[in-house]
Design a protein around this ligand. Structure first.
Ligand code: NOJ
Ligand code: CA
Length: 542
């Protein structure tokens, strides 16, 4: 018997609630726009704000609530825009401030909110402050960074997350601190001028109607005041620092910054902050989302989990517990611009795709705020980027030992034309090469295909908006063998998300209705549902 699919309401994105009537961010589905790779309007091979603006109807049609735009600022170009030269401007590659305002205004018309990225831990080495600091060690700007006098050895054993020591020399022999690339000098947040300037930056963009910020390296900013050695050796992962890095991350003083930023946001209705807090201990991560700090801090557990029922169950439970204890929603993440694409992480090919489909249903059933990375709704795999085209400092600083993140940042395929519709016809080459076979993933193809990844996402988002149990219910997680069940209860209805992570078919007793299945191979007959390996289903209980 064929899978029974309930009728899916396909309303446009939920419209903005009247200001102040609800905390929209608690359950918002946020779509992460990698601006450089989203849509190129003027044919220079680089995605831009006008391109994004032209594609906003797509995001509304897809059914998300908000978008987070990766850094749009003038940048030194050393780390994908995370090395900022001017915090209150737009990089000419992307347009200008008026273009950003136009994106915000159009998004609002469509019921979508816009969140910007802000990078307070470090500037670009091209930033006027750092340039002034290089020119004059006694300048006020020099006090805004971490400099140490010329000496044989760097001041301590700290390592850069991108490889190599965290200290580099200035031309006059001083040392300066950069926990990321040398082109990203760390700011000294003990200097009040730094905090004051960021206040101005937040207000500058909030005055232009944005709905908040994703805060880069929110667990950084302050360093041990004595710059003492870290007790342990650094393990080369972007996520999950612990006590071995105790001197560089998670200093208690940082929480005062988030209280200060929260107070600013509270003076603008309906705005929010979501922090990137890469600490291994989720209880610590949740501390960044206490009621007077940021509204959310990412839970990266699922992003870091392999295809394992225990890892997924643990990832969901620990996040619900940790964030629940501070009254914050969980912000769920399965993909972003720092991690290999899900399809590839989960084994690649048909199997990886099947798993990514099933994982999406699981994540979208959970209470809280899921973040969807552009292209994951198309099932894009990690692209193979030739070494000579790679730009990521992780690849270059590790001498090629680490592949880097270029493969998850390749431009979006919009249609099946030769350039897959990323740029207008006759444009320059895209800034990262797009694999020749990516026309198969094009939005235009997938919108016409009832079985596509895109259709699955759109159906799931419509159902999530229509059923209170999904996305805003009370969830309990259980496992039986390799089968993970999330039981979601909301407003008198119960929906179970059942995910089969094992290698055999799982039989689940149910007399309810199949709201959505990740695969047409899921069978519902009378009293039970048969789930082949790597599939998931949403079951509305009678
Ligand atoms: C985290 C960002 O997501 C990543 O892309 C960036 O390289 C580092 N922070 C440094 O800003
Ligand atoms: Ca462009």
């Amino acid at each position: 018997m064929a899978t029974r699919l309930a009728t899916v309401r396909t309303t446009p994105a939920r419209h903005l609630a009247p200001e102040g009537t609800q905390e929209w961010w608690r359950t918002a589905v946020v779509y992460q726009v990698y601006l450089r790779s989203f849509a190129d309007s003027n044919g220079d091979g680089i995605g831009d704000l006008a391109g994004l603006r032209s594609r906003l109807p797509y995001l509304s049609w897809l059914g998300v609530d908000a978008l987070w735009i990766n850094p749009h600022y003038p940048s030194g170009g050393a780390d994908g825009g995370y090395d900022i030269v001017d915090y209150r401007a737009v990089d000419p590659d992307y347009g200008d401030v008026a273009d950003l305002e136009a994106v915000v205004a159009d998004a609002r018309q469509l019921g979508l909110r816009v969140i910007l990225d802000v990078v307070p831990n470090h500037t670009s080495d091209q930033h006027p402050w750092f340039q002034a600091a290089l020119a004059d060690p006694d300048s006020p700007e020099a006090a805004r960074y971490h400099f140490a006098p010329a000496s044989e050895e760097p001041p301590n054993n700290w390592r850069s997350l991108f490889g190599g020591p965290a200290w580099s020399r200035t031309p006059d022999g001083r040392w300066y601190l950069h926990l990321f690339a040398p082109e990203q000098p760390d700011l000294n947040w003990r200097d009040p001028a730094v905090a004051e300037d960021f206040d101005r930056t937040l207000r500058f963009w909030l005055d232009r109607g944005v709905s908040g910020f994703r805060v880069d390296v929110a667990y950084g900013l302050f360093k041990d005041a004595q710059l003492r050695d870290n007790p342990g050796s650094y393990s080369p992962t972007l996520f999950g620092h612990g006590p071995e890095q105790a001197m560089t991350w998670n200093q208690p003083e940082v929480h005062d910054v988030w209280r200060r930023w929260r107070a600013i946001c509270d003076s603008y209705p309906d705005t929010m902050l979501v922090g990137e807090v890469c600490l291994a201990d989720l209880e610590q991560v949740a501390q960044y989302s206490r009621p007077d700090e940021m509204h959310q801090s990412f839970s990266f557990r699922l992003l870091k989990s392999g295809w394992s029922v225990d890892a997924f169950a643990d990832g969901v439970r620990t996040a619900l517990d940790a964030f629940g204890s501070v009254g914050a929603p969980v912000s769920w993440v399965l993909g972003n611009h720092d991690k290999d694409r899900q399809v590839t992480r989960f084994g690649g090919g048909e199997m990886g795709t099947a798993r990514a489909r099933a994982a999406a249903l699981m994540m979208l059933s959970l209470p809280g705020s899921p973040y969807l990375y552009a292209g994951d709704e198309l099932g894009l795999p990690q692209a193979v980027v030739p070494d000579e085209a790679k730009l990521d400092p992780i690849f270059h600083r590790s001498g090629g030992a680490r592949a880097g993140r270029d493969g998850c940042r390749v431009p979006m395929p919009w249609n099946a034309s030769a350039g897959v519709g990323f740029s207008p016809d006759g444009a320059a080459d895209p800034w990262l090469p797009i694999p020749a076979e990516w026309d198969q993933f094009a939005v235009s193809r997938q919108t016409r295909d009832g079985g596509s990844m895109l259709t699955l996402y759109r159906r799931a988002l419509a159902l999530r908006a229509a059923h209170s149990a999904l996305g805003s219910g009370d969830a309990t997680v259980s496992t039986r063998g390799d089968v993970l069940t999330v039981r979601c209860v909301g407003d008198g209805e119960t929906v179970r998300c059942v995910l089969n992570m094992g290698s055999g078919t799982a039989l689940v007793r149910s007399t309810g209705t199949v709201l959505l299945a990740s695969s047409t191979r899921v069978r519902h007959s009378g009293r039970s549902v048969a789930l082949p390996p790597n599939t998931a289903v949403w079951l509305a209980e009678d």
